[in-house]
Design a protein around this ligand. Structure first.
Ligand SMILES: [Fe+2]
Length: 185
């Protein structure tokens, strides 16, 4: 399950009801999906999409998404650093950013209109929907691995629009899972 940190309050949430409520105040949708049948996280993309087809169709209806795909990122991904550098600065998109995590982890920072910054560490089974226009940035965790379903309203339009706030520089992209591990080992 996700771990959410309200950075301004230095408060960490691990309870699903608290997480869902805190994210809803920033218009971020959060859900947990369970597969219709057991499936390996390295199964072919078509199988992954088929397994979650009901959830995907429901989301398409709710959000006007027209396509879904599976993105796979690992340390072996060519041009990984350049790819990550596109998204680790504060930006927004003309359409929603929707991700359902199949494997690995990632860290979204959301800069709400209230000024609050939320860090959302997502893992397998987490669905996150960041509405269009929301200021945010994204980092991988230390293992630099994530596999996720993406949904698009218009795949051609999904580009980052950068702000020049540099607010992202005030927040260390440290995953809770890594920090927790280092404390216990
Ligand atoms: Fe983004």
């Amino acid at each position: 399950m996700a771990v959410v940190t309200i950075c301004n309050e230095n408060k960490t949430l691990t309870n699903i009801d608290e997480i869902t409520k805190a994210l809803a105040t920033c218009d971020i949708d959060y859900e947990r999906w369970t597969p219709s049948h057991p499936i390996a996280d390295n199964a072919p993309a078509e199988e992954i999409l088929q397994t979650y087809s009901q959830e995907i169709e429901d989301l398409k209806t709710r959000g006007g998404y027209v396509t879904a795909d599976v993105i796979d990122v690992s340390p072996a991904t060519p041009g990984l650093d350049a790819m990550l550098a596109k998204f680790n600065r504060e930006h927004w998109h003309d359409e929603d950013e929707v991700r359902f995590i199949i494997a690995g982890r990632g860290l979204f920072h959301i800069h709400a209109t209230s000024g609050t910054v939320l860090a959302i560490e997502v893992e397998a089974g987490d669905l996150i929907r960041v509405p269009r226009g929301t200021l945010h940035w994204f980092n991988l965790c230390d293992d630099r691995r994530i596999r996720a379903i993406r949904l698009f309203q218009d795949a051609a339009g999904w580009t980052p629009n950068y702000t020049s706030s540099r607010v992202d520089e005030d927040f260390l992209p440290v995953c809770f899972s890594a920090a927790h591990l280092s404390m216990t080992t």
